[in-house]
Design a protein around this ligand. Structure first.
Ligand SMILES: Cc1ncc(COP(=O)(O)O)c(C=O)c1O
Length: 378
């Protein structure tokens, strides 16, 4: 069975990579867990340094949590408290994107597009202002008028994944960043899905030359072996929390914060990126997607075939549309019968496989996808 979606986009090097597995075993045998308050430990410090070295610009401080949702919660809380402590108390608006998804915790849902993922919890969520994703002029107009009231703007850079693999451009991202940061609001980029090579570069925001104020990471960080979340921030935010008064500290903690085994897995995963030149495999995947696109596009009922880095996505023309459209499930079933595991987003079918599949394995996946599409939609 070929895992065509890297098990919810996490297993970037495939499953059970020996380097990552060995690091987990060795770490589990020496220090499995220690509270990351009052104590520190080697793997957390080494991973912090390794991330600071490769994150864009001066994103030099990292805060550990458990998954993508908590990485987002931390970013929202940090942005809010930093503004308050800098005396900028009028910045109360949260700005997010139409079609965005930032996790299933309350803060993540608050800045996520309203729809099937959070309808049941509408009464629990506070409000946010949603801007049209990809529309630079709308963002510029909004921030020119209201920027001084905005605490933060959160967006998924280049691709909204859970929202239906909606692509945008580096130009849009750089104009959005200029509008947000020019108004003194914090730009939060959620690279939980796009980070660790998914769009072809280590970070999607690199393609736009943008350095956000806060960046959220998870999913591929441990190579998919263990859960770990990271929120990175720039020095002005870090400095807003310095001082002896406990009330101005960032009082957010999780029991497993900075778990040594998860950190060891993440350090090992970064070494795989270096030693196996993993990003060149992602480029190879893009080339394969480009070659397959005309064949897929020619299937009747298939529209908008698109690809970026390690992602290929397409829409199915139906009368229903959206996340609740059952057609994707039928394609997934037909793919499963061919040995390919998919998990479509309603009428959007996509491949997001491990990078080690570049070459013959990806060719297999593309051919199984083509067969399934021909069977179900053609
Ligand atoms: C962009 C983005 N942010 C946050 C999350 C939430 O991550 P997790 O499921 O690890 O909580 C996801 C999950 O799909 C995501 O795609």
């Amino acid at each position: 069975m070929f895992d065509g979606i890297s098990s919810w986009w996490v297993n970037v090097h495939g499953h059970a990579h020996p380097t990552v597995a060995a690091a987990i075993g060795a770490q589990a045998a020496s220090l499995d867990q220690v509270i990351l308050a009052d104590f520190s430990h080697g793997p957390a410090e080494q991973l912090s340094d390794a991330l600071a070295a490769i994150l864009p610009g001066d994103l030099d401080h990292v805060f550990f949590s458990d998954d993508g949702s908590t990485a987002v919660e931390v970013a929202l809380k940090m942005a809010w408290q930093a503004h308050q402590q800098r005396g900028d108390t009028g910045r109360t608006k949260l700005v997010a994107m139409d079609g965005g998804y930032h996790g299933d915790t309350l803060g993540g849902m608050r800045v996520g597009a309203r729809g099937p993922f959070n309808d049941a919890f509408a009464g629990l969520l506070g409000d946010a202002t949603f801007l049209p994703y990809g529309d630079a002029e709308a963002a510029e107009a909004f921030f020119a008028a209201h920027g001084h009231e905005v605490c933060l703007c959160i967006a998924e850079p280049l691709i909204q994944c859970a929202g239906g693999m909606r692509f945008t451009t580096p130009e849009y991202l750089s104009r959005l960043a200029a509008a947000v940061q020019g108004a003194g609001a914090f730009l939060v980029l959620d690279e939980v899905a796009t980070g660790f090579g998914r769009t072809g570069t280590m970070w999607a925001c690199q393609q736009a030359g943008v350095v956000p104020d806060l960046m959220c990471l998870s999913k591929g960080i441990t190579g998919g072996a263990l859960p770990l979340g990271v929120t990175a921030c720039r020095p002005p935010i870090f400095n807003a929390f310095l001082g002896a008064d406990k009330r101005t500290a960032f009082l957010h903690g999780h029991s497993y914060t900075g778990n040594p085994i998860a950190c060891a897995a993440a350090i090992a995963s970064l070494s795989v990126f270096r030693d196996e030149d993993t990003l060149s495999r992602v480029a190879e995947m893009s080339t394969q997607y480009a070659a397959a696109a005309p064949v897929l596009s020619a299937i009747r009922g298939v529209t908008d075939v698109r690809w970026m880095g390690g992602i290929l996505a397409l829409n199915l023309a139906t009368d229903v549309g959206g996340y609740l459209d059952p057609i994707g499930r039928r394609v997934a079933d037909a793919a499963f019968a061919r040995g390919l595991y998919l998990r479509p987003l309603g009428d959007v079918v996509y491949l997001m496989p491990p990078y080690c599949s570049a070459g013959d394995d990806l060719a297999f996946a593309l051919s199984a996808l083509e067969g399934a599409l021909r069977e179900v939609v053609a």
